[in-house]
Design a protein around this ligand. Structure first.
Ligand code: ZN
Length: 212
């Protein structure tokens, strides 16, 4: 398992410090819930970081913050009183279970998307993507940062295969077209900042129909 399949160290430390935006934190939490080995790394980083922090004043990082955050991973996300149980999905990893979900929407052949309602920071929000075997998303780049964690199945890009629990970080410099290589549909959670952008003339034609 490649180390690139997990969040960057900076992002993990920001998660532990509680400084990640809510949408990004939900995707990182999903990865940590599915990947005990990253969680072990985060524990170690916190132990080392805690030692360093003892010698530094003042510090923005609460040495116990990561412990508290990691403890939350095994519990479903806290629910707003207005969350309708029939619109949540108890089969999702714990960090996603407490959120109300929007209806599935068509994004392309074999590609559906639904909103995870709640975690939002400006234009950044959380979506679930379900892609049928052999299908791919439209070839796209990004208006901002895109963090993706695979919940079920697997997809492939120029960077290789991303399987269950794998984490991908993309930004406006990345042009990719994830294609599902598992025999079952691939379900992913993504934090997306801004709209995806489709290059070329075909992209311009499709853009009004491909809204995330
Ligand atoms: Zn992308």
């Amino acid at each position: 398992m490649s180390l690139r399949r997990q969040p960057s160290e900076e992002r993990l430390l920001a998660f532990g410090a509680g400084t990640l935006s809510a949408p990004e934190a939900v995707v990182v939490a999903t990865h940590l819930a599915l990947r005990p080995e990253t969680r072990a790394w985060a524990d170690l980083a916190q132990a080392v970081g805690g030692g360093v922090l003892e010698d530094q004043e003042p510090s923005a990082l609460d040495a116990g913050a990561l412990d508290k955050t990691l403890a939350l991973l095994d519990a479903p996300a806290p629910q707003e009183p207005t969350v309708r149980q029939d619109k949540t999905d108890p089969t999702l990893p714990a960090p996603l279970r407490g959120f109300e979900l929007g209806p599935w929407r068509w994004l392309g052949p074999g590609v559906r998307v639904r909103d995870v309602l709640g975690p939002r920071d400006g234009d950044c929000r959380v979506i679930l993507l379900k892609i049928a075997p052999g299908q791919s998303t439209p070839r796209h780049t990004h208006g901002g940062v895109e963090l993706t964690c695979v919940i079920e199945g697997a997809y492939e890009t120029e960077d290789g295969v991303f399987g269950e629990g794998d984490f991908e970080e993309a930004d406006p410099s990345v042009l990719h077209q994830p294609r599902v290589v598992s025999s079952k549909p691939c379900l992913c959670v993504a934090a997306l900042d801004g709209q995806i952008q489709l290059p070329g003339r075909l992209g311009k034609l499709l853009a009004p129909f491909v809204k995330l």
